[in-house]
Design a protein around this ligand. Structure first.
Ligand SMILES: C[S@@+](CC[C@H](N)C(=O)[O-])C[C@H]1O[C@@H](n2cnc3c(N)ncnc32)[C@H](O)[C@@H]1O
Length: 286
């Protein structure tokens, strides 16, 4: 079978899957192409003939995607700002939107003399490792409450040959005390879905990602957000930044939490592929 025929069959099938969130036009084609490239190991020409084995393997991967399984779990990794982050079920799937959070951290850290970055709720280490890759002089720490996530983050650091340290525990708790008042940038993509809204999430998120990666179980979803704002001034250096990724509909209230916590230069920034407002930034209170 030719690649173009295998692809158009896969796209048709993916479009019919009720387990997939069809929020973006053309997403099914992008995903089918991604899976076919994963099977072949190269980008095929439309007329390239697939062997029987390649076609069966491709169809099996499309079946998995049809069930809602996220592509990074199927492939075993996600591409993030030019590095490959290993993924595994039970650990949050890196989001393309977080590339914009990482970019803003990197831009600020490059201007600092001895840059120090802490990535809270680091998952598989995605943002911390992008920072370590692009600001090699930086001291980078990541923390996560989930042992599986931190284990994967350490594995990722080793596989990529990057210098970043990871600790298991609640928010800032695993960090060495010597980092107090020395951090230039804190990044965080916290779980922020209000407890009562978990059931409204797309199936492919709710059914595949563990609840503790999505919600802190507070009714307003602001539990960990409020704690981060309250605790980060102890760790940030004067003029250090707290950068937080949230969904566009939470931006206004998160800005209010920052301002109530005394943060200065509070702004929401628009960017990423979709050009939506997702990252709230603010400087440490004086
Ligand atoms: C939305 S995910 C972000 C993952 C990661 N930043 C990424 O981009 O892939 C939220 C993460 O917060 C972690 N988490 C939940 N509660 C936490 C806590 N109290 N302290 C530290 N991490 C926590 C979860 O284990 C999960 O990995």
């Amino acid at each position: 079978m030719e690649a173009k025929r295998a692809l158009s069959r896969a796209v048709k099938r993916l479009k019919t899957s009720p387990a997939i969130d069809h929020w973006q036009k053309g997403r099914e084609r992008i995903e089918a192409e991604d899976l076919l490239m994963h099977v072949l190991g190269y980008e095929p020409e439309p007329d390239d003939e697939l062997s029987g084995k390649q076609r069966r393997r491709f169809e099996a991967l499309v079946d998995r995607r049809m069930s809602g399984e996220p592509i990074p779990y199927i492939k075993g990794y996600a591409d993030f700002r030019g590095i490959e982050i290993l993924t595994r079920p039970g650990v949050f799937v890196p989001r393309d939107s977080s590339e914009f959070l990482a970019e803003q951290a990197i831009r600020r850290l490059r201007r600092r003399k001895h840059p120090v970055c802490v990535d809270l709720a680091t998952g598989g280490g995605t943002i911390a490792l992008a920072v370590a890759d692009e600001v090699p002089t930086a001291v980078v720490w990541g923390t996560d409450i989930a042992g599986d996530a931190v284990k994967l983050a350490r594995k990722n650091a080793k596989a990529l040959g990057l210098r970043a340290k990871f600790g298991i525990g609640d928010m800032f708790e695993p960090l060495p005390k010597r980092l107090r008042a020395s951090v230039d940038v804190v990044t965080v993509h916290p779980p922020y879905v209000p407890a009562g809204e978990i059931d409204d999430l797309p199936d492919e998120v709710r059914d595949w990602e563990p609840a503790h990666t999505l919600t802190d179980r507070s009714t307003d979803g602001l539990g960990l957000i409020g704690r981060t704002v309250a605790e980060s001034p102890w760790w940030l250096r004067p003029n250090g930044w707290l950068l937080m990724e949230v969904s566009p509909d939470r931006v206004k209230e998160v800005k209010r939490v920052y301002s109530a916590g005394g943060f200065r230069d509070v702004q929401s920034t628009k960017g990423g592929e979709l050009k939506v407002t997702r990252v709230v930034v603010g400087r440490r209170p004086r």
